[in-house]
Design a binder for this molecule. Structure first.
Ligand SMILES: [Fe+2]
Ligand SMILES: [Fe+2]
Length: 270
């Protein structure tokens, strides 16, 4: 079993916009899953999602290599899953001038796990815009998602869209950019991810579902970044939208079942 983890330092994906990389599964699973966050270092710096608890030191080190703690003005959480909220409490504690952008339902669902004072919250929903001084960040829900609180974040000044859990794919090995993944592997990986996180796709009216993909296309993003994907840029943006449009009609592998767990347990016990 591989024990050393590939360290990917933060990468600049647009002007003053940085992807904070992390991943899980390397060495212990057939594929790795990215666990990214993002920093927009504009007039009022914004941290977008907060990574997973088990990688806290690396996450905070990486964020604070991009922006000083006292300069962070906003922490935007895309939804209440633990891989997006894992470091929200220590991040807010370290950033005294930051306001936490969540919504009503997110704080209801997080309950006592959210240790940030309500006096530091701001509730914002899909369709609203967050004024961060030199730009207006637009909250736009992605087409697929696994929490009712999900809102993506679009920066019109760079064309970067933060997709939360959408446009995601497993990686055979950790990489920076989806062009480093075999195209068929990427297509199947994204369709699989989309169906796993949104099992309601089979219930959705096709025309209305496609409108949600068109809504993202209409933003004309230059780059799609997300928690669970290497960066998607250039021609791959249109490809990602196309795969997501076609997802409901694609056949994907079944999720691992008890037979797989039996194998894992035998390996662990050996
Ligand atoms: Fe999620
Ligand atoms: Fe996630």
């Amino acid at each position: 079993m591989q024990t050393t983890k590939t360290r990917i330092l933060p990468t600049q994906i647009a002007a003053e916009t940085f992807l904070v990389h992390d991943h899980a599964g390397e060495g212990s699973a057939p594929v790795s899953i990215a666990l990214n966050a993002m920093v927009i270092r504009g007039e009022q710096p914004v941290v977008v999602d907060t990574g997973a608890t088990e990688h806290r030191t690396q996450f905070l080190d990486d964020v604070f290599s991009i922006v000083e703690p006292e300069d962070v003005r906003w922490v935007f959480i895309s939804h209440d899953d633990v891989d997006h909220t894992g470091n929200v409490n220590p991040l807010m504690a370290a950033c005294p001038n930051a306001t936490l952008v969540i919504d009503w339902f997110m704080q209801e669902r997080m309950g006592a796990t959210l240790e940030v004072s309500p006096l530091r919250w701001r509730w914002m929903r899909d369709g609203e815009a967050l004024d961060v001084g030199d730009r207006q960040l637009q909250l736009v829900r992605p087409p697929v998602y696994d929490s009712p609180t999900t809102r993506g974040l679009f920066d019109p000044t760079t064309g970067v869209y933060w997709a939360s859990d959408a446009f995601a794919t497993p990686m055979p090995v950790p990489v920076h950019d989806v062009v480093e993944i075999d195209r068929e592997v990427w297509t199947e990986g994204m369709a699989t991810f989309n169906q796993y996180i949104s099992p309601w796709l089979e219930l959705a009216d096709e025309r209305r579902y496609l409108q949600t993909v068109d809504r993202i296309a209409a933003l004309q993003p230059t780059t799609i970044a997300g928690c669970h994907t290497p960066v998607i840029a250039g021609d791959q943006v249109a490809d990602a939208l196309d795969i997501t449009r076609r997802t409901p009609g694609l056949t994907v592998p079944a999720q691992p079942d008890q037979v797989v767990l039996d194998q894992i347990q035998r390996t662990l016990a050996a």
